[in-house]
Design a protein around this ligand. Structure first.
Ligand SMILES: [Zn+2]
Length: 493
C-alpha cells in the first residue's frame, strides 16, 4: 500500500483561502507547475526560497509514493517591464546593454540558476520547458481565445478583453480583487495604447524595429505576452486541469489571475485545483533591494563575501535556516538567524552521527513510532517544515540521553529512528550531512588561528605591510580571512 493512502495532506489553497484535504485528479499521480525564473540576471534569494518550498513539497509527495510530474519553466523570452505591457523586454534590454545575443544572456543566467540550485541540493524538476521553445503553442492559444470572442487584435498586437471576460467569469477570483475597484484605481489611458481598457493585457505584441527577440505570427512579427507562456506550458505537459500551481506571492496578481482567465477563455474550465503561494524573503526586517544595498546574492552566503554577514555558511546551513520558517510566513534573513541555524543544524547532525554507535536495550523509553507519525503529521499539515524540524529535535534530545545512559532504545526502535531521520532530514528536507566546518582539519584551524593572531598584533603595532602580507599569502593558499566587529574568521576554497 503506498504511503499516500495512510497519510492525508492538507494544503492551504489560495483560491479558497482555506486548508483543504489534498485529492489529486488521478489517483496516485500529481501534476505540479511552478513559475520559474526570468533569466536576465542572477537568481534572487527570494526566488530561491520560493523554489526551495516547492522542492520540499515535490520531495515529500514523491516520498509518499505519488508519481509526480513537476514542471518548472524558464522564462527566456523576457517579459515587459512593470507589467504594463509597455516598455522594453528585459532580456532584450540586457542584451542591448551588454552588446551580446539575447540567447547569450539566457544561457549565462540559466547556468547560474542551475549552479545555485545544485549547491542548495535541489532535485531537478521533471520538465523544465522554455518560453521560446513554445511559441507555436502560445500562438494556438491566442487563436482560440480570439475565436471565443475574448481577445482582439489592434495594429498587430492582441489583447485579452478583461471586461468581456468578466461578464461571464470572475476576473480577480484568486487575488480577491473586483474589476470595478481595478478600474477605479487605474489611471486613464494616455492615448498611446491600443488597448480598449487599461485592465486588458497583451497576449501578443508587435515588435518595434529595435526589438531583437521576435517571431512570425498571424498578426505580426512580435513576441508573446508573459502571462501566456505558463498557460501554454502547463496545458501542454499537465493538461487543461491539473493539481497544484505554485509561485511567489508577488505572482498572484496579475500573473496568476491572467493565467486563470486565459485558461478559462481557451478551455472553458478552471485550470488548477490547488493554488499555492510562498511568502516573501526580507533582509534585516526590510525589503531586499540592490538599490538600497540591503541585498545579498546566494553565492555570497557560501563565500561570506557580503557586508551583511560575518562569515561564510555551508549551503545546507542556509537551506536549514530557510526551512525553519513555514513557506507561507515572511522569512527575515539575518546574520544572527543564520548563526543560530548553524548551531541547530550541527546539533542535529551530531545526533544523527551518534546513531551508529548507540547501545541498544530490551526496551525504549521514548515512543519512536508515535514520534515518526508526528513527523508525518507536520508535513501533512500544509508542509509545515518548522514543526517537522522541532519534532526532529525531540528525537535528537533522546539520542543524546541514550548516549549519556539516562534513556534506553531497543534495536528495533533504533532502526526506525535511523530510517525516519533518513527520510525526513535527507530525502524530504534535502539537507546534506556536511563536515562541521568547510575549513578543514583541526590542525589547519589551529594554524590559521595563530596567523590571525599574528596579523592582529601586526595591526596593533601599525605594521600594515606585515598584516597585509599575512592576509594576501593566506588568500593565495586558498584561505580567505574575513574581518568583522566580532573578530576575524576564515573560509577555504
Ligand atoms: Zn507563471
Amino acid at each position: 500500500m503506498p504511503l499516500y493512502e495512510s497519510q492525508t495532506i492538507k494544503i492551504y489553497n489560495s483560491l479558497s483561502g482555506e486548508k483543504e484535504t489534498f485529492k489529486p485528479i488521478n489517483d496516485g499521480y500529481v501534476g505540479m507547475y511552478v513559475c520559474g525564473p526570468t533569466v536576465y540576471s542572477n537568481v534572487h534569494l527570494g526566488n530561491v526560497r520560493t523554489f526551495m518550498s516547492f522542492d520540499v513539497i515535490f520531495r515529500y509527495l514523491k516520498h509518499l509514493g505519488y508519481k509526480v510530474r513537476f514542471v518548472r519553466n524558464i522564462t527566456d523570452a523576457g517579459h515587459l517591464e512593470n507589467d504594463a505591457d509597455e516598455g522594453e523586454d528585459r532580456i532584450a534590454k540586457k542584451a542591448r546593454l551588454e552588446a551580446i545575443e539575447p540567447m547569450e544572456v539566457v544561457q549565462r543566467y540559466t547556468v547560474d540558476f542551475h549552479n545555485i540550485l545544485n549547491k542548495f541540493n535541489f532535485l531537478p524538476p521533471s520538465i523544465e520547458p522554455t518560453a521560446t521553445g513554445h511559441i507555436i503553442e502560445q500562438i494556438e492559444i491566442i487563436k482560440s481565445i480570439i475565436d471565443n470572442g475574448l481577445a482582439y487584435e489592434v495594429n498587430g498586437s492582441v489583447y485579452f478583453d478583461v471586461h468581456k471576460y468578466n461578464e461571464t467569469k470572475a476576473y480577480g477570483i484568486l487575488s480577491k480583487r473586483k474589476l470595478e475597484d481595478l478600474i477605479h484605481n487605474t489611471r486613464a489611458l494616455d492615448g498611446q495604447s491600443d488597448k480598449k481598457n487599461p485592465q486588458d493585457f497583451a497576449l501578443w505584441k508587435r515588435a518595434e524595429p529595435q526589438h531583437i527577440m521576435r517571431w512570425p505570427s498571424p498578426w505580426s512579427d512580435g513576441f508573446p505576452g508573459w502571462h501566456l507562456e505558463c498557460t501554454a506550458m502547463s496545458t501542454k505537459y499537465l493538461g487543461e486541469q491539473f493539481d497544484i500551481h505554485g509561485g511567489g506571492m508577488d505572482l498572484k496578481f496579475p500573473h496568476h489571475e491572467c493565467e486563470i482567465a486565459q485558461a478559462q477563455a481557451c478551455n472553458g474550465q478552471s485550470p488548477v485545483n490547488y493554488w499555492m503561494h510562498a511568502n516573501m524573503l526580507i533582509m534585516n526586517g526590510k525589503k531586499m533591494a540592490k538599490s538600497t544595498g540591503n541585498y545579498i546574492l546566494p553565492n555570497e552566503i557560501f563565500s561570506g563575501d557580503n557586508p551583511h554577514i560575518t562569515k561564510a555558511y555551508a549551503p545546507s546551513v542556509a537551506r536549514f535556516f530557510m526551512l525553519q520558517a513555514h513557506y507561507r510566513s515572511i522569512l527575515d534573513f539575518t546574520n544572527n538567524g543564520l548563526l543560530a541555524s548553524e548551531k541547530g543544524f550541527y546539533r542535529l547532525m551530531d545526533a544523527i552521527n551518534l546513531l551508529n554507535d548507540l547501545k541498544t536495550s530490551d526496551s525504549s523509553t521514548f515512543n519512536v513510532s508515535e514520534w515518526q507519525q508526528k513527523c508525518y503529521d507536520a508535513m501533512n499539515d500544509d508542509f509545515n517544515t518548522p514543526i517537522l524540524i522541532a519534532t526532529l529535535f525531540d528525537a535528537a534530545k533522546f539520542i543524546n540521553q541514550v548516549k549519556d545512559g539516562s534513556a534506553t532504545v531497543s534495536a528495533e526502535d533504533l532502526e526506525l529512528l535511523k530510517q525516519t531521520f533518513d527520510i525526513f532530514v535527507f530525502d524530504v528536507l534535502g539537507l546534506v550531512n556536511v563536515a562541521k566546518e568547510s575549513s578543514g582539519s583541526d590542525q589547519l584551524s589551529a594554524a590559521v588561528e595563530i596567523l590571525i593572531n599574528l596579523r592582529k598584533e601586526a595591526r596593533q603595532n601599525k605594521d600594515f605591510a606585515l598584516s597585509d602580507k599575512i592576509r594576501d599569502e593566506l588568500a593565495e593558499a586558498g584561505i580567505q580571512l574575513k574581518d568583522s566587529r566580532e573578530g576575524t574568521t576564515f573560509t577555504t576554497n
